[in-house]
Design a protein around this ligand. Structure first.
Ligand code: AMP
Length: 400
């Protein structure tokens, strides 16, 4: 069965075509700069070199049209007929409280998704655009929505309610939702398998450390707490987002600098985090390079980043009353031995002991990086959100 995965951003569409149940990626690519000058499609079939095609791509419908055309193209394609695509799986960032699992897209579901725009105005509109674009380009082929929030839907109330007037939850559904759920779900399952056990027997903390970053306490397979909250701004320090700060700072700064809502939002989401502190870059590779060159602000950004991961490791171990496994994933978590080392340094008292050689050798591949004696196992699992979407989509289609 071939499943097309679509992940739409404001000006981009990422896609992968999977062959299931082999979990094999036949082709993947991305359309970028949609609606701007210099729009390009990069496409990589599994058995041929990557191609880049420049074209006028005005909107998401046109982007999906280009994707289908290249998947069918005699030179770069991997299918002969569009009917070979059994279904399309879409990443949808916010599922609110109602979407606790992936679901088949119907007109009623589209209505519900539209209502959720209020909760995720930066993400859901693009996801909805992507679904509409595939409905237009691939009529008759089922679409499945897979939610970033769904894995977190079993958090206890004391973890998801903010200590604000309770009426705000009743009126506006203001609560912790959590994000990156597909990856926290995937890597916790994989890590347990790698350790020869199952998730329902252990306590884990999964660290998704990419440009966006979040950690989740996974107790017996259930997300019991997670660092991102009502929006993806809360929690860890990120590439350009601040993560946890005193909320009074925002009010203070809005007064002092006469910031509008929009400007305050931009400061917190785009000009903070690694780039804000270092003044160097939002990219951890460049932060590490500058730190090694002696740039103090880069070292400070690095130290804050790793310190905050460590604080949550301690907090979540306490919240779960123990810890068996720490999982590192996503761009930084998978690739950076120095970040992993710094995040768990000094945690031997909790039974966390990294094997230096294994840690340094683990780069973008599944690896156990703790010593044999370490009470808490430390594991690297590359992120694979696309595969989770493909598997969920296939499961729903098979049940139809
Ligand atoms: P993602 O959002 O998962 O694609 O992750 C992007 C982040 O991973 C960026 O901050 C990159 O700098 C970081 N990253 C990728 N490779 C490395 C590496 N070898 N060392 C440190 N950071 C890396």
């Amino acid at each position: 069965m071939k499943i097309l995965i679509v992940n739409c951003g404001s000006s981009s569409v990422k896609y992968q075509l999977f062959q299931l149940p082999d979990n094999f990626c036949l082709a993947k690519g991305m359309v970028s700069r949609i609606g701007m000058s210099g729009a390009v499609l990069t496409h990589k079939p599994h058995d041929r070199p990557e191609v880049t095609i420049s074209s006028e791509i005005l909107d998401h419908t046109s982007a999906i049209e280009h994707v289908i055309a290249i998947l069918l193209s005699p030179n770069h394609g991997v299918i002969k007929n569009r009917d070979e695509i059994a279904a399309v799986g879409h990443r949808v960032v916010h599922g609110g409280e109602q979407f606790t699992a992936s679901c088949l897209v119907t007109p009623e579901i589209m209505l519900e998704l539209r209502k959720l725009i209020e909760l995720a105005p930066l993400h859901n509109p693009h996801n909805i655009r992507g679904i509409n674009a595939t409905l237009q380009n691939l009529p008759g082929i089922p679409n499945v929505a897979v939610f970033d929030t769904a894995f977190h839907h079993r958090m206890p109330e004391y973890a998801f309610i903010y200590p604000l007037p309770y009426i705000l939850y009743r009126k506006y559904r203001i609560r912790r939702y959590g994000f990156h759920g597909m990856n926290h779900h995937y890597v916790s399952k994989r890590a347990a398998e790698m350790l020869g056990t199952t998730r329902d027997k252990i306590k884990m903390i999964t660290c998704h450390l990419g440009n966006g970053a979040s950690m989740t306490a996974v107790d017996k397979g259930i997300s019991v707490d997670t660092t991102m909250g009502f929006t993806p701004l809360e929690g860890l320090m990120m590439g350009t987002r601040c993560g946890d700060i005193d909320p009074a700072i925002i009010l203070h700064m809005m007064g002092k600098e006469e910031l509008s809502l929009h400007e305050a939002n931009t400061m917190l989401n785009k000009h903070s985090g690694l780039v804000g502190v270092s003044g160097v870059s939002s990219d951890m590779r460049e932060i590490i390079e500058e730190m090694n060159n002696g740039t103090k602000s880069a070292k400070l950004a690095f130290d804050i980043y790793c310190y905050r991961v460590k604080k949550y490791l301690g907090a979540y171990a306490a919240a779960m009353g123990g810890l068996d496994c720490i999982v590192f994933s996503a761009g930084i978590g998978e690739n950076s031995a120095v970040v992993r080392q710094a995040c768990v340094s000094g945690m031997e008292f909790m039974g966390v002991e990294l094997d230096k050689g294994l840690n340094e050798a683990a780069k973008n591949k599944e690896s156990v990086i703790s010593t044999a004696a370490s009470k808490v196992k430390v594991v690297v699992v590359p992120a694979n959100e696309e595969l989770v979407i493909a598997m969920d989509t296939a499961e729903i289609i098979n049940k139809k």
